[in-house]
Design a protein around this ligand. Sequence first.
Ligand code: ADE
Length: 419
Amino acid sequence: MSIIRNERLADAGLEKIKWVKEHMPVLSELANDFSRSKPFSGLRVAICLHLEAKTAYMALVIKEAGADVTITGSNPLSTQDEIAAALVKEGVEVFAWHNATLQEYDEHVYRTAATAPHLIIDDGGDLITLIHKNFPKSLAQVYGGAEETTTGLIRLRAMEKNGVLAFPVMAVNDGLCKYLFDNRYGTGQSVWDGMMRATNLVVAGKNVVIIGYGWCGRGVAMRAEGLGGRVIVCEVDPVKALEAHMDGHQVMPLTKASAIGDIFITVTGCNNVITGEHFAAMKDRAILANAGHFDIEIDKRTLSCAGEGPRRVRPNVDEYVFPGGKRIYLLSEGRLVNLAAADGHPAEIMDMSFGLQVLSLQYLLKNKGTLGNKVIAMPHELDRQVALLKLKGLQLEIDHLSIEQKEYMESWELEGHEA
Ligand code: ADE
């Protein structure tokens, strides 16, 4: 039995799903194939992901492939109630609602874990860790899982290292067709979508401080520059810092950037990144947002203690007033701004990430019992399959090596110059 906010919202949700479906050719090709072959027939699939339209379309593709699907949200603010209702109408079991309390959120994930799944899709590792902690008896029947995010993989690799991971987990985040597009172009665009919807302010001419220069940080910085922002990057990794410098951004420690920035965006995956000393140095009307998976990057507790607030001044914008009158604005309570204040990544991007997710489930099934209880690197053939389907959907043709060229590329004996 599903637990959602309002079943009457289903038709609005179905319209949203119809829109994204038109822009997700990889998933649609796989759906065509799977609706005939039914690879997940008789299996239970549990999903913990941001519950919005693209995710819903993937859940329906997996259902169409024969599975019983149960889904919950991976963040209390990213669940859209009309999408939850649409999925229930389409026969998916849903435990989620928008703005769930932490207790409700935990209960939703718990109920999803309690379905004793054979296959799991996770975003951040909450579902997989909860199954390990609370349902040890159902671990043996799990064929495997697939993890969407950098943050989730960090947790799962720690589990593997501690010898507690009880089934294989596909590192979807590490797929080329995931991070090259989703982390960079997806986050790059959707973060600014969220920032603009929340604030309705201009980026041009502002000092934009990006903290973390992984694939997501690179994308956010690239788009900030395109919008006319002056980008400052803060990094702990010397190689990434150097890369930011060569990409044309200013690089400095956050303690220095704090006094200069107009907008601060955390994309590190780490905790307590912006904290008391930084708030103290900031200018009046500084805007803070987070694009990392958990709301741990901006130290909200210290912000509440140091300043009066929060006072909601617009949807997704909270004001904190410091002694002396300085104001700091926190977006989306420090949760993923692109999913809380907007709809997440564009459909064309999630098409590739979710194509890899679905193919990963099939891979786990085909290789059942042979993969070991570890985090599995994304096999190149799955990346290639998604890329080919995407190119086909985009009606783009590419070149192919001749037989002679292939031989050359595979040989060490052939001369590097004409005979
Ligand atoms: N939509 C669904 N899952 C998402 C994710 N992990 N990031 C951005 N948008 C999403």
